[in-house]
Write a protein that binds this ligand. Structure first.
Ligand code: SAM
Length: 482
């Protein structure tokens, strides 16, 4: 899921519209995956009810919250540096309180609160509804902590306050936690067991977004294909549900179908798909509805069967190819992206070559690529030696990134001379005279503004490209404007 978030947004402070009567100021910084940014919108919403409006200036804050990420060591180190800075501000301004939210909370609570004493409050990802109490405790001079992971919490009843967004695209969380237990991954430990959100609350959030002028939603979860609503509760307890609950349950294909039918003018995306859980009925549902984007983020992590097994990814290289074939048969122009890890324990040069050859076969539109980082508590950390030297991990990563750039350029060059539908999201980063948007395949498209407006669907004829961007001219409004 992480891949959705641009590097330059990491650490961005939220600036939200607040309630007029509120007098206290909250400064909230978020790191890591899009889920964390979505969670910060839930936190801001909860604290709006406690008299806090958000600010982008930490100097004027009464409360600083850092929504943290543990996925790789580098992410944790970045957050640690920020906490040191906030602690220094706390010393100058004794009224200022600092809290840690999210994935670093559970593992580091003792260290941050008691050993180093650099924060006042530590709150895990399922405890945000307890924030009003925790903030009161902190304001009375005590430390506060709640890192309990829940079996039910989905925040389905909290209307997120949107990040000072582009007003066109939004994220809607549909599952929390993850049950997959990939051996490299810390998420099941930091975010708990997998649970799904009530489809009614998802439909009503999407409908509110439509009313507010949003034109694209991304349904968000660590493993969206595993979505299963049977009246609440953990996915792994579905087998114990009543026959009636089982018969009326909603799976991910069912949810997608409902959202697409309820809001036919809204573009729908989803992320992240795990190959072991993605089924052909999801792809059939995508093919059925023109408003579901032709794009799948399908992390594979490695091209070697030996490494896939060691990672506890429950599919083989051949099965992944079968899935790719199934996608391309049903949706020939589907954009496909990936996540890849170089240097997992035991990875040989031959395994690495398998990764490169898998990439050659798929020729992904784009990808998100990482060197393996051992995470405390994961199965890999407990059972496998982190035995690939850093320099080798980096060299393999460079080769993976180089190959991906070549494939991205190849995919983008295929658009030249074609017309593609773009939803306008805002100004291009490089020029105020140009719009930036995405096509259905999630590729960025930049073109001169002319008379077109943000939030409109436009057909753009592609004339040039780089490996990251398509460049062209708008030729007409799309019939999808409503
Ligand atoms: N749930 C998704 C899945 O299983 O495919 C994505 C989980 S994670 C938030 C996003 C990406 O970070 C992963 O797909 C993986 O490529 C990368 N990642 C996770 N743990 C890692 C680790 N220990 N070292 C390096 N990269 C890691």
């Amino acid at each position: 899921m992480e891949k959705l978030l641009k590097e330059e947004l990491q650490g961005t402070a939220l600036n939200l519209k607040g309630a007029e009567k509120n007098t206290r100021k909250l400064y909230i910084e978020s790191y890591g995956c899009q889920m964390n940014f979505s969670d910060s919108e839930i936190v801001a919403s909860i604290l709006t009810g406690e008299g806090f409006n958000t600010t982008q200036h930490m100097e004027e804050a009464d409360l600083i919250l850092v929504n943290t990420c543990s996925i790789r060591e580098k992410a944790e180190l970045t957050v640690r540096k920020r906490l040191e800075k906030f602690n220094a501000a706390r010393k100058v301004n004794p009224g200022l309180k600092v809290g840690v939210l999210g994935c670093m909370a559970e593992r580091l609570k003792h260290k941050l609160l008691e050993e180093e004493k650099i924060v006042d409050m530590v709150v895990g990802p399922d405890a945000y509804k307890d924030l009003p109490n925790l903030v009161r405790e902190v304001e009375s001079g005590q430390q506060a902590v709640n890192v309990i992971l829940s079996k039910e919490e989905t925040y389905g009843d909290v209307a997120p306050v949107r990040l000072g967004s582009n007003g066109v695209t939004a994220f809607v969380s549909i599952t929390r936690g993850c049950d997959n237990m990939c051996t490299f991954c810390v998420v099941p430990f930091t975010r708990g067991r997998e649970r799904s959100r009530d489809p009614q609350s998802i439909l009503s959030e999407v409908s509110d977004l439509w009313e507010q002028g949003y034109r694209e939603v991304t349904l968000l979860g660590q493993n969206v294909d595993s979505y299963l609503w049977y009246g609440g509760g953990l996915k792994k307890e579905f087998a114990n549900a009543s026959p009636m609950q089982q018969a009326t349950s909603v799976n991910f294909a069912g949810l997608l179908d409902r959202v697409a039918r309820a809001q036919p003018g809204m573009r729908i995306r989803f992320s992240t798909s795990n190959p072991q859980d993605m089924t052909l009925d999801v792809i059939d549902t995508m093919a059925l509805h023109p408003n579901i984007c032709n794009y799948i983020h399908l992390p594979v992590q490695s091209g070697s069967d030996t490494i896939l097994k060691a990672m506890n990814r429950l599919h083989t290289r051949e099965e992944y190819f079968e899935l790719i074939k199934g996608i391309r048969q049903r949706i020939p122009n589907c954009g496909i992206s990936h996540d890849m890890i170089s240097g997992f324990p035991g990875e040989t040069e031959a395994d690495h070559q398998q990764t490169l050859s898998l990439m050659e076969y798929v020729k992904y539109d784009f990808g998100f690529m990482f060197a393996y980082s051992e995470r405390p508590g994961t199965l890999a950390a407990r059972k496998l030696e982190d035995d690939v030297p850093e320099a080798v991990k980096k060299r393999r990563l460079t080769e993976i990134i180089g190959l991906q750039q070549k494939h991205s350029l190849y995919r983008n060059q295929n658009y030249i001379g074609q017309t593609t539908e773009v939803l306008i999201e805002g100004d291009s980063k490089k020029s105020e005279a140009h719009w930036m948007g995405r096509n259905s395949q999630n590729t960025v498209v930049v073109f001169p503004k002319e008379h077109y407006k943000k939030g409109e669907f436009v057909h753009v004829k592609i004339e040039q490209c780089t490996s990251a961007t398509l460049l062209g001219h708008a030729v007409a409004y799309s019939e999808n404007n409503r």
